[in-house]
Structure formats: structure tokens, C-alpha cells
Design a protein around this ligand. Structure first.
Ligand code: 13P
Ligand code: SF4
Length: 297
């Protein structure tokens, strides 16, 4: 299956991008892996005519926003992000009408239509930089309330919250972390900023998914407890075979991130099905918010 994918990618002048949470066999077949920020930048810079995006819908949409002339394929178009579904353009418009004028920072885990109503986008890798880049003491941050509380704690800005969250990161409890800590007392605890504040308070370091992979390489620790979706364990172990990684909780499995199979990739490339598109008026609005973010990178 991997050989077939390789030859189809060559034949069609296509590139395979995979998010760090994808199944191990997809990470191993991909041309490039990364976190949301890296994948947006890599998608914008590729010369390939077709981008096969192994991740969830908003990630493929971001690739479309940045590269309208390319064909973006999501081998399972039903792979979504429950957090991204916790905000709609209509609900955001209603909230904005209730607030005094202020910038809107929207996490990339959102639809293109929501991005189009926002001042700037952010990811878990750059949220602090983005909030600090705005010449405003207060802002609305959507849709992840945990990421917004984290940004507020690090920047001192007044951040109005949207009541969204990742069901998998939000479900991690201090008891889960303590249990794994008791079993591995020398391990450092790395947490993703989508985790709730009581978890972030226990973390030794807070990073995006690729930030965790980079940090594990620079840290002198040999063992790490990983507070994010369990798919990250494969790229972490691949990058650092001499170190040990323990999941903070096996409950942290994003089912949407596990939908795509190697067979789906072959089918999508053979038939060019699973194409993701964004209407041009929405794309242009979203592009402004995404480009402002990418310019800070
Ligand atoms: P990263 O940008 O850190 O890879 O996170 C994306 C995501 O969906 C986290 O749940
Ligand atoms: Fe969305 Fe959470 Fe899955 Fe990330 S892990 S894609 S935030 S549901």
C-alpha cells in the first residue's frame, strides 16, 4: 500500500502531509509531518499540484485558503474536529454584537467561515506571540477556552472566552497525571495548551505537538509524560528512540484523527475524490486572518 501511495504521489505531482496525531503507518508514509502551524506553512510553500492532507477538515481547509490553485484532498471528508464545531459564524456574529469593538483571535481549529470573521488566527504554537502582536489590551479568543485562559495567563491581556474545548484534552484530570507521575517519578510532564488550567498548573512545560517533539530532544530528561492526543507517541518515539514516553491518559484518543487509512489515501489519489474547497468570498476573508498569523512565524 505504501509503494502504491509513493508511485501515485509521483505520478500526480502530489504531496502527502500528515498531522502528528495521525496513525503510525500514515506518519511513516507522509512526505511531511507537523503541527497545525507547520502544516499550514508547508502547504503554502509546496510546488506540488495536489496536497493530500491527512488530518481533519479544518486543516485541509487551511491548505485551500493558502493555496487556492492547488487541489486539496482529505481522504475522509467526515474527519472533523468537535472543537471546531463548537462555533458557527452566526453565533460569533451574535457575540460580537454584544461586545465593544475588539480584535478576534481564532484558533485554526475552526471553519473557514469563522476565520473569515476574525482579525487573526493562532495555533497552539504561536498563541502568545499572536496575542502580544495585537495593539489592544483586550480581545475575544475563539473557540478554545483553555487555550484562551493559557494565553491570558501568559500575556496579562484581558481575553474574553468562547465556551469551546477539545473533548479529549479537556477530559484529562489531575488524578490521571498524578497516577502516571507516581509510576514514573523522574519523568517530565509535557502538556498541550488545550488542556484545562488545573492540568497546565501541573505541567513542567507547555507546548504544541511539534513543540513537544523538539523539546524532548533538547531536555536532559530521559522520560516524559505526554499530555496530548496519544497519536503523538509514535512521532515522539521515532524522533527520540533513546527516550521513554508515557501517555498521561489513554482516554486522549481523537477518533476523527484516526479515520483515514492507507487504503483511503490510495482511493483518494486514484479517483481525486475527497476534494475540499472553500467559496472564494469566504476564502479571501479567512486568508487575511491566516496570513496575518503566518507573517508572524
Ligand atoms: P497542534 O497544532 O499542537 O498540532 O494541535 C492541533 C490539535 O488539533 C490539537 O488537538
Ligand atoms: Fe480537534 Fe481535539 Fe481532535 Fe485536536 S484532538 S482535532 S482539537 S478534537
Amino acid at each position: 500500500m505504501k509503494d502504491r501511495i509513493k508511485s501515485l504521489l509521483k505520478e500526480k505531482n502530489a504531496i502527502l502531509l500528515a498531522h502528528n496525531y495521525q496513525p503510525a503507518e500514515i506518519i511513516d508514509a507522509a512526505d511531511l509531518c507537523g503541527d497545525s502551524l507547520e502544516l499550514s506553512i508547508k502547504a503554502a510553500r509546496t510546488d506540488a499540484e495536489i496536497i493530500v492532507f491527512c488530518g481533519v477538515h479544518f486543516m485541509a481547509e487551511t491548505a485551500c485558503i493558502l493555496s487556492p490553485d492547488k487541489t486539496v484532498l482529505l481522504p475522509r471528508t467526515d474527519a472533523g474536529c468537535p472543537m471546531a464545531d463548537m462555533i458557527t459564524p452566526a453565533a460569533l456574529k451574535k457575540r460580537l454584537a454584544e461586545l465593544p469593538p475588539m480584535p478576534v483571535v481564532t484558533y485554526v481549529n475552526s471553519s473557514a467561515a469563522v476565520k473569515a470573521l476574525s482579525t487573526i488566527c493562532c495555533t497552539s504554537a504561536n498563541v502568545i506571540k499572536v496575542a502580544n502582536s495585537l495593539d489592544a489590551p483586550e480581545m475575544l479568543m475563539t473557540p478554545d477556552r483553555n487555550l484562551a485562559m493559557y494565553a491570558a495567563s501568559k500575556t496579562g491581556k484581558k481575553i474574553h472566552l468562547w465556551d469551546g474545548y477539545c473533548p479529549f484534552h479537556n477530559a484529562l484530570t489531575p488524578e490521571d497525571v498524578m497516577r502516571v507521575r507516581a509510576a514514573h517519578p523522574d519523568a517530565e510532564f509535557m502538556a498541550h495548551p488545550e488542556c484545562p488550567p488545573d492540568i497546565l498548573a501541573l505541567a513542567d512545560v507547555i507546548h504544541s505537538t511539534s513543540g513537544m517533539i523538539a523539546y524532548a530532544g533538547t531536555s536532559s530528561s530521559r522520560e516524559f509524560i505526554v499530555g496530548t492526543e496519544i497519536g503523538i507517541l509514535h512521532p515522539l518515539r521515532k524522533a527520540h528512540p533513546d527516550k521513554r514516553f508515557y501517555p498521561a491518559s489513554l482516554k486522549m484518543e481523537c477518533l476523527d484523527m484516526k479515520k483515514i487509512t492507507l487504503a483511503d489515501i490510495v482511493h483518494s489519489l486514484e479517483t481525486l475524490t475527497g476534494r475540499v474547497t472553500v467559496p472564494e468570498d469566504i476564502r479571501l476573508g479567512a486568508l487575511a486572518a491566516v496570513e496575518r498569523m503566518v507573517a508572524l512565524a
